[in-house]
Design a protein around this ligand. Structure first.
Ligand SMILES: *[C@@H]1O[C@H](CO)[C@@H](O)[C@H](O)[C@H]1NC(C)=O
Ligand SMILES: *[C@@H]1O[C@H](CO)[C@@H](O)[C@H](O)[C@H]1NC(C)=O
Ligand SMILES: *[C@@H]1O[C@H](CO)[C@@H](O)[C@H](O)[C@H]1NC(C)=O
Ligand SMILES: *[C@@H]1O[C@H](CO)[C@@H](O)[C@H](O)[C@H]1NC(C)=O
Ligand SMILES: *[C@@H]1O[C@H](CO)[C@@H](O)[C@H](O)[C@H]1NC(C)=O
Length: 441
């Protein structure tokens, strides 16, 4: 002790030591607080976004600012009312409460559950439904039903030889029994089944074509039915279901096609869905899809997320559309049926989506009440999945300008054009083939 007292310097040292240590502690605490405050979380990886999106920023996908259908219950519009019941039934927060689910079942609010029993059908005698147009009434009376048996099925279209028959592109074309000429022209031109070389890339890919048909009524002595059967035997590409093939029933073709796809062709990489009066530059489309698939594979390898499917959906995207309220058009949707705007959707002339998305659309469609306009229904299902359709400028569902139609070189950047009759399809096909070297360089 004495020694310490003698040496003032050391004493000072000893006395100051606690203060110095406290000082260090204080600095440490301050620095820690500062670091904590200025901490920014690591950047979340940007999800893969299909190119060609219409958003102004290339990095982020565009997204709707508002939910397109009102989440509050709207009792004055039938579709909104039914969808509200559906949304409640599948709400994960409510699902735990079985009493609500059973309650909904009891009150017959299970429109989304594809129950075809006639007694489940809507009361079409109610004043609201009675005042609707004939086509709307026919839709409402059967909109709870989505189970229709096959009249003609093609179970082996994709799987006759597992290793060789996985199509790169499955073309599903909505047609009608009577449109024999359209189908024949498509088979001979852009919808030819088999290996298709790319426009630039020789590799190409396997293309399979299938036509989606409902049932049409003809006079008893009509030969259409026999012709169709013969056609199906010859080409093996007709899918026909037992429902009335009307405009408002076109949605059923999508829903039933997705079921068929899941069961008989789930490995197809891409799906084209379109009408039988369009023209598609299949070789250019095959090149585009091969490129998308390569980029997706690279992304998978890079992120090591091998189980993530590709969410590709392209077409001519229509944003912020509202229901047509003009009773004289075939697209007329009364306020008593639907209120709100439409989600982003792609014009129905033709769209392309990935096979993995088709499987997800099949699942989600069970939770979306049928809507009479097929393109809009597809948009609704996409919206439910959180997938935004990407606009592709090569999809011309409103055709080229009049002056350009005859000029083959105008088709250089076109993937799909609407509308072409069978004769025009064949002429255009030959035209584009012969002139390829001249313009497509
Ligand atoms: C389930 O819903 C019923 C009816 O709304 C309610 O009375 C009940 O308290 C709920 N149960 C739970 C566990 O939330
Ligand atoms: C599939 O094709 C390969 C190659 O042509 C052939 O060896 C094989 O037997 C075929 N399989 C079936 C089930 O037809
Ligand atoms: C759709 O098809 C079903 C079954 O054939 C039929 O009952 C219904 O009336 C059709 N809907 C429309 C809108 O034509
Ligand atoms: C099918 O639809 C047409 C046109 O709307 C109608 O005339 C016909 O009665 C319907 N057939 C059936 C069986 O519903
Ligand atoms: C990628 O995933 C596989 C299988 O899950 C794992 O064995 C491998 O270590 C992963 N590689 C990287 C770079 O994360």
């Amino acid at each position: 002790m004495g020694k310490f007292c003698k040496c003032n310097g050391r004493l000072l040292c000893m006395c100051l030591l606690p203060f110095m240590m406290t000082g260090h502690l204080l600095v440490y605490i301050l620095v820690t607080i500062f670091v904590t405050i200025s901490y920014t979380p690591p950047k979340t990886p940007v999800h893969f976004i299909a190119p060609g999106s219409s958003s102004s920023s290339a990095k982020m996908a565009p997204h709707p600012l508002n939910p397109f259908w009102n989440l509050r219950q709207i009792d004055t519009a039938l579709w909104n009312h039914l969808q509200h019941g559906c949304d409640r039934l599948y709400n994960p927060l409510l699902r735990g409460n079985t009493s609500i689910a059973t309650q909904l079942t009891k009150t017959r609010l299970v429109w989304c559950m594809s129950d075809c029993m006639p007694e489940v059908g809507l009361h079409t005698t109610s004043n609201k439904v009675k005042s609707m147009s004939d086509q709307m009434r026919a839709f409402v009376s059967s909109m709870h039903c989505r189970e229709y048996p096959y009249i003609i099925n093609q179970p082996g279209l994709c799987s006759s030889n597992e290793t060789l028959d996985t199509p790169l592109l499955l073309m599903a074309i909505k047609s009608q029994s009577g449109n024999l000429e359209n189908r024949q022209a498509i088979r001979e031109t852009w919808g030819r089944s088999g290996h298709v070389s790319g426009e630039y890339n020789i590799r190409g890919g396997l293309v399979r074509t299938v036509f989606l048909l409902g049932k049409q009524e003809y006079k008893p002595n009509s030969k259409i039915h026999d012709l169709l059967e013969k056609e199906s035997k010859t080409y093996g590409d007709i899918l026909q279901w037992d429902f009335n093939d009307t405009f408002f029933n076109l949605t059923l073709k999508d829903v039933l096609f997705w079921r068929w796809f899941q069961q008989y062709c789930p490995k197809a990489v891409f799906v084209f869905k379109g009408d039988d009066d369009v023209f598609v530059r299949t070789d250019a489309l095959v090149d585009y899809l091969n490129k998308q698939w390569e980029e997706h594979s690279l992304w998978q390898a890079y992120t090591n997320e091998t189980d993530k499917g590709l969410d590709l959906f392209i077409g001519e995207v229509i944003n912020n559309a509202r229901p047509n309220r003009d009773p004289s058009t075939k697209y007329f949707i009364p306020e008593s049926f639907y209120q709100g705007s439409y989600p982003s959707y792609a014009g129905g002339g033709g769209v392309v989506y990935s096979g993995s998305l088709a499987l997800r659309l099949k699942e989600v469609s069970d939770k979306v009440s049928l809507f009479p306009i097929d393109d809009v229904y597809l948009g609704m299902c996409l919206s439910k999945l959180g997938v935004v359709p990407s606009h592709h400028p090569g999809f011309l569902t409103f055709d080229l300008p009049n002056t350009q139609r005859g000029n083959p070189c105008a088709y250089k950047s076109v993937l799909l054009v609407h509308r072409r009759n069978p004769r025009e399809m064949i002429a255009l096909w030959n035209h584009l083939r012969n002139l390829r070297m001249r313009c497509f360089r």
